[in-house]
Design a protein around this ligand. Sequence first.
Ligand SMILES: *Cc1c(COP(=O)(O)O)cnc(C)c1O
Length: 386
Amino acid sequence: MKTSFPVEKFGNIETPFYYYDVELLKETLNVALQEASKYNGFNIHYAVKANFNPSILQIICDAGIGADCVSGGEVKAALNAGIPASKIVFAGVGKTDKEIAESLDAGIFCFNVESLPEIYAIEELASERSVTASVAIRVNPNVAAHTHANITTGLAENKFGINYEQLDEVIDVVESCKHLSLIGLHFHIGSQILDMNDFVTLCNRINELQDMLQEQRNMLLPHINVGGGLGVRYDVPDECPIPDFANYFATYAKHLNLREGQQLHFELGRSLVAQCGTLFSRVTYVKSGTRKKFVIVDAGMNDLLRPALYDAHHCIENVSANVGEEIYDVVGPICESSDVFDKDIKLPITQRGDIIAMRTAGAYGEAMSFGYNCRELPKAVLSTDL
Ligand SMILES: *Cc1c(COP(=O)(O)O)cnc(C)c1O
């Protein structure tokens, strides 16, 4: 299948802009929900940080999906979109008092806690309000996910979560806090993971941990949260517009020993929203260097940071031309040498004014855009707006 964009309707839209295929987004959410519903107690939360565009959040809320937030701003964005507080979880190593207080006041479902000082802070703020905060301990399972070093999070050297050696003490502390209720364990090993064996490794670690907690403490917690991380195919967006959710959930169903009545929570970000988004830009100039040809587009690393930050490759297409072939570096206008979208890629003969699509940009695209060089933030256009 080749996605065709309604380019003829783009005429007056100022580039660069993000385009979201609402139909594909809804279909992706449907498939994810359908596959999860094949198993008892599987719940999906959307990782808001992947894309907090209000229209996208609205569609996700309407599908009945909860939210995974990593800041007070994200909790507010989720609530504003209509996602009920009872479906919101809040993770992050640096939750401030203000963020904790506002989340307590909103009555969110669970805080995924990552350190002892954070636990004391939540206890104090909950006590001041005479409420009980539900917490899940984020455990660092020391799993090396096969992904880019900047997006692996479950290694002992990463800042996230509580290491095994400290877990006993942390559980004791949470249990001694009068205004905390320990309801679960939380894990998140990284992002853009396509090798299901990484998730199998996580399942094995959780099984061992659950056995240990049962033996040593006779402890059975009602919630297990395995985070997100399911990857998408950046290389072949048209062949794989919807990630293999069936295989993903089946992996957990097969390898994770859920106890009677336990609820399993997933925090999917990228896999739900990446493929529905495309960044469109226009070619400002085609410049011939001594050894290279550069396509200079009007989008920059401030609009789509992933290539500069993670060495990510997005499929780049010239949707205005289909004649000939040339090797180009596609670069932005920002005064940074890392403002390069890709090097030595094949495009049809490209000219000033052509429209360039960067595919699979719905996750960590618009959400990471910023105003460096006094640039305006990229606009967003939904397929249903045209
Ligand atoms: C970023 C993040 C996610 C989502 O990761 P994806 O790879 O986008 O699915 C889930 N949980 C936590 C705690 C995160 O930080």
